[in-house]
Design a protein around this ligand. Structure first.
Ligand code: PLP
Length: 403
C-alpha cells in the first residue's frame, strides 16, 4: 500500500492549497496597474462627457476595438458592466419576460424551456438555468465541440429546446476549440423552435497559451448566411484581460436582437460606466494592444499549465487522462471515482472544484471529471497541490483495485 503511505505523509504536511479558482493571479492583475491611473480625459471620441448618464450601447471606440476580436460588427456590440455572466443571466430573464425576435410568446408562457448543455461545461451556466427553472439536457463534448449528431437531433425534434450554452474557444473546462465543421452545423441546423438561441460565451476569445492562436469560425456571420440571423447571442469580457473585478463585458448579436436587448436593458439602466470604458480604450488602444497584453498573461500562466501536464504525466501515467489546452483557464482531468478523489484531496488540505460541478444539476453520471484551475497559485504551491492530487488519485485507484 505505497499509495496509503504517501497519502498519510501528505495529510501530515497540513497543506492549505486551492485549485478551485479560475482567477487571474495577483501578478496577472499587476499587468493592468496602469488602468488605475486612467482615463486622462473624460471626453469620448464623439465629444460626449463620459462622466454623465447616457450611451446605453457603450462607447463606439471601445466597440470598434473589440469588434474584430469578438467577430461581431461594432454596431452590433453592446458594452456591459464587469460581468458577462450578468449579461447572460439578464438575457435569459429578458427572453422569459419579453418575446425574443421570432418568438410566438414569452418564454415564461411556454410549458417547458430546455437548454442543451455540452458536458463537461461551465457550472455557472447551469446555475442560471437552475435559478430560472430551465430544464437542462447534457450533450457530450468531443475533441471538436459538442457531439453535433446529438445536438441536431434534439434541436430539430423538440420545440421546447430554446437555448444551448457554448464556450466555443478554449472551453471551460476542457480547452476544446469548436471545429469549423461544428460551427457551420450550429449555424445551419434546422430548429423546431423559431426562437432557438445559441448562447456563445466566447470568454476565452483572446486567451492563447501558444504563439499559434487557434482560429474560431464566425458563428454570427455563418448563421446569417444560413438564413438564421437571429440565432446567436455572443458574450465576452475583459475579466481575464484586465481586471476580473473591474473590466468591461460585451453582448453581440443580430441588429434585431441588439434592438430587443437594448429596449429591455433601457428599463434597467440609464447608461453604463463610460469612465471605465474610456480607461480600457486608453489602456488597450487597439486589437494589437490587446494581443500584446495577452502575450504577457501567457508568459505568466503558460508555465503553470506546463507544470500540471508534466506532474500528471510523471505521476499518473495510464491511470487518468487530461486535456492539454492551447488557451483558456482550465485543465479537465478524468479519473475513476472523481468524487472520492476530491474528498481525499480536501481531507489533505487541497481544495478542488466539487466533482460533478462540470455537469447540470451537479451530477456527473460517470463520476470522472475534475476541473483544475492552475492560474491563481504560484508555481511552488501549484506543484505541491498537483503532486498531492496525484497521490489521492493513486490511493483511490488502489482502493478500488484499479492500480
Ligand atoms: N464564461 C466562462 C466560460 C467562464 O469560464 C467565466 C469565468 O470563469 C465567465 C464566463 C465569467 O465571466 P465574467 O467575469 O465576464 O462574468
Amino acid at each position: 500500500m505505497t499509495a496509503q503511505r504517501d497519502y498519510d505523509a501528505l495529510v501530515q504536511r497540513g497543506l492549505s492549497l486551492d485549485l478551485t479558482r479560475g482567477k487571474p493571479s495577483p501578478r496577472q492583475l499587476d499587468l493592468s496597474d496602469d488602468l488605475l491611473k486612467l482615463p486622462t480625459s473624460y471626453r469620448a471620441a464623439d465629444g460626449t462627457d463620459g462622466r454623465n448618464y447616457g450611451n446605453l450601447q457603450g462607447l463606439a471606440e471601445l466597440r470598434e476595438l473589440f469588434a474584430p476580436l469578438l467577430q461581431v460588427p461594432a454596431g452590433q456590440l453592446v458594452v456591459g458592466g464587469n460581468a458577462s455572466l450578468a449579461l447572460m443571466h439578464d438575457t435569459v430573464v429578458h427572453a422569459l419576460l419579453s418575446p425574443v425576435p421570432g418568438a410566438a410568446r414569452r418564454w415564461v408562457e411556454e410549458p417547458e424551456i430546455t437548454f442543451l448543455c455540452p458536458v463537461p461545461g461551465y457550472d455557472r451556466h447551469f446555475t442560471i438555468c437552475e435559478r430560472l427553472g430551465i430544464k437542462m439536457v447534457p450533450v457530450p463534448m468531443t475533441a471538436d465541440g459538442p457531439d453535433m449528431d446529438v445536438v441536431e437531433r434534439l434541436v430539430a425534434a423538440d420545440a421546447s429546446v430554446k437555448g444551448m450554452w457554448c464556450v466555443p474557444k478554449y472551453s471551460n473546462p476542457t480547452g476544446v476549440v469548436y471545429s469549423d465543421e461544428t460551427v457551420r452545423r450550429l449555424a445551419a441546423m434546422p430548429a423546431a423552435a423559431p426562437d432557438f438561441r445559441i448562447f456563445w460565451d466566447n470568454a476565452y476569445a483572446v486567451h492563447h497559451l501558444t504563439d499559434t492562436p487557434v482560429e474560431l469560425a464566425d458563428l454570427l456571420a455563418l448563421a446569417a448566411e444560413a438564413g438564421n440571423p437571429d440565432r446567436v447571442f455572443v458574450y465576452a469580457s475583459t475579466s481575464k484581460v484586465t481586471l476580473a473585478g473591474a473590466g468591461v463585458s460585451f453582448f453581440g448579436s443580430s441588429p434585431a436582437n441588439v434592438e430587443w436587448f437594448l429596449r429591455n436593458t433601457a428599463k434597467q439602466s440609464i447608461g453604463p460606466d463610460k469612465i471605465n470604458q474610456l480607461r480600457h480604450v486608453e489602456f488597450l488602444r487597439d486589437p494589437a494592444g490587446v494581443e500584446a497584453h495577452m502575450r504577457k498573461h501567457a508568459a505568466l500562466i503558460g508555465p503553470k499549465f506546463e507544470l500540471v501536464d508534466k506532474v500528471l504525466s510523471e505521476r499518473l501515467g495510464g491511470l487518468a487522462s487530461w486535456t492539454s489546452p492551447k488557451g483558456g483557464y482550465f485543465i479537465s482531468l478524468e479519473v475513476p471515482h472523481a468524487a472520492e478523489v476530491v474528498a481525499k484531496a480536501k481531507a489533505a488540505g487541497i481544495a478542488l472544484t466539487p466533482a460533478g460541478a462540470t455537469h447540470p444539476y451537479g451530477k456527473d453520471p460517470d463520476d470522472r471529471t475534475i476541473r483544475i484551475a492552475p492560474t491563481y497559485p504560484d508555481l511552488d504551491e501549484l506543484e505541491q497541490a498537483i503532486e498531492g492530487l496525484t497521490v489521492c488519485v493513486r490511493l483511490v485507484a488502489e482502493e478500488h483495485g484499479l492500480a
